[in-house]
Write a protein that binds this ligand. Structure first.
Ligand code: RFL
Ligand code: PHB
Length: 395
């Protein structure tokens, strides 16, 4: 089999890239290790920046998102028992975010791809990438017990943090920056109305918590937990009790509890690999970087990576120019580091760090107090949360 772009991974990065390339008349085949149902069962992101919303429109899959997504003009930070509103709309000259689950977005992209008859190979086993340093890269995999070979011009590594693409790059050609945080997030999804119209990020003496949602009838809550905790250690009742302890009186009164539809623990990590291009291999999304979820940036970064990558590939095929491909890594990394910085900073401000030097704890508390009480501080949070412009810092 032959295609122009072999895309490894059918998460949001791979699916959005496939859609943008198809719109431009460029062929792509997506190879995914899991089944489609498995990909849809992973409960992850919930908040989309305007650039991601615009991109989904451009990809032609925005219809249901506009119908069912919830536009949020602000969110709250609860600290020392008091709520502080971050007025995203007012502080950024009218920008907002859209609450729409990654699962729904993935479903829309999968359905659009299937309706257009575009090739996705699910349950592709032992995917291996070859000769991306030369001019004739190819990918091998096994499906239904048979070996297959896919020849291509380029390989897009959209296979997430544990994928095969980054792992195939020689160690001396890549530099990895990593910070693993000493806690994780325990998430619970339930068919209960959200405790609040807007998200609440909670800084409490018992640790961080987040009240989020997927719709007006479905809630998503998170608790900071020690890395040693296992999901089995947490019954639903224990989760709700702990969330109540971290909430304020109003939240405790309004919280509606119910059985969990899903519960999982995610470790928190900041990670960047440099560069993101290796000959004819390009890394995009979680394959190249990870942010702690506090800033709601992971999916949004994945979307902007593939926007830049698709633009560069279109330039190559349509205009015969490789300028975009040559600048992909540098341009993308600049945006990635900005999101990494914000996610790290917002995580530091809102979480409790075990065994911390008391002076560092005091300094972090003081910084949070400052940013919440200063309009400049709140604006800093707001402009990063809604997403800085694609070309920020380039002029
Ligand atoms: P994904 O989604 O991990 O998809 C990669 C795909 O590649 C497949 N794969 C392979 N396929 C073939 N061969 C192999 N060898 C393969 N190895 C892997 C995998 O099966 C998978 O299908 O990466 P992608 O597409 O780059 O998308 C990234 C996003 O999923 C991620 O950044 C976000 O979910 C992060 N995130 C959030 N981002 C936001 O923008 N806003 C949020 O509110 C937000 N909340 C979150 C989050 C992530 C979380 N967790 C669990 C890490 C909340 C949480 C709790
Ligand atoms: C979510 O709804 O899953 C979510 C929302 C905001 C975040 C992280 C996760 O910062």
């Amino acid at each position: 089999m032959r295609t122009q772009v072999a895309i490894i991974g059918a998460g949001p990065s791979g699916l959005i890239l496939g859609q943008l390339l198809h719109k431009a008349g460029i062929d792509a085949v997506i190879l995914e290790r899991r089944t489609g149902e498995y990909v849809l069962s992973r409960i992850r992101a919930g908040v989309l920046e305007q650039v991601a919303v615009d991109l989904l429109d451009e990809a032609g899959v925005g219809e249901r998102m506009h119908r069912e997504g919830l536009v949020h003009e602000g969110f709250e930070i609860l600290a020392w028992g008091k709520r502080h509103r971050i007025d995203l709309h007012g502080l950024t000259g009218g920008k907002c975010v859209t609450v729409y689950g990654q699962t729904e977005l993935t479903r829309d992209l999968m359905e659009a791809r299937a309706a257009q008859g575009l090739p996705t190979v699910y349950e592709a086993e032992d995917v291996a990438i070859h000769d991306f340093g030369g001019t004739k890269p190819y990918v091998t995999y096994r499906k239904d017990g048979r070996e297959h070979r896919l020849d291509c011009d380029f390989i897009a590594g959209c296979d997430g943090f544990h994928g095969v693409c980054r792992a195939s790059v020689p160690k001396n050609a890549i530099r990895e920056y990593e910070k693993v945080y000493p806690f994780g997030w325990l998430g619970l999804l339930s068919d209960t109305p959200p405790v609040n119209d807007e998200l609440i990020y909670i800084n409490s003496p018992r640790g961080f918590a987040l009240c989020s949602m997927r719709s007006r009838t479905r809630s998503r809550y998170y608790l900071q937990v020690p890395l040693t905790d296992k999901v089995e250690d947490w019954s639903d009742d224990m989760f709700w009790e702990e969330l109540k302890r971290r909430l304020d009186d109003e939240g405790r009164e309004r919280l509606v509890t119910g059985p969990s539809l899903e519960k999982s623990i995610a470790p928190l990590r900041s990670f960047v690999s440099e560069p993101l291009r290796f000959g004819r291999l390009f890394l995009a999304g979680d394959a190249g970087h990870i942010v702690p979820p506090t800033g709601a940036k992971g999916l949004n970064l994945a979307a902007t990576d593939v926007k830049l990558l698709s633009t560069a590939l279109i330039e190559h095929y349509v205009e015969g120019s490789d300028a975009g491909l040559d600048h992909y890594s540098e341009r993308t990394l600049r945006r990635i580091w900005r999101a990494e910085r914000f996610s790290w900073w917002f995580t530091m401000l809102t979480h409790k760090f075990p065994n911390e030097n008391p002076i560092e704890e005091k300094l972090r508390e003081s910084e949070l107090e400052y940013v919440l009480h200063s309009e400049a501080g709140r604006r800093t949070i707001a402009e990063n949360y809604v997403g800085l412009p694609l070309d920020f810092g380039e002029s």
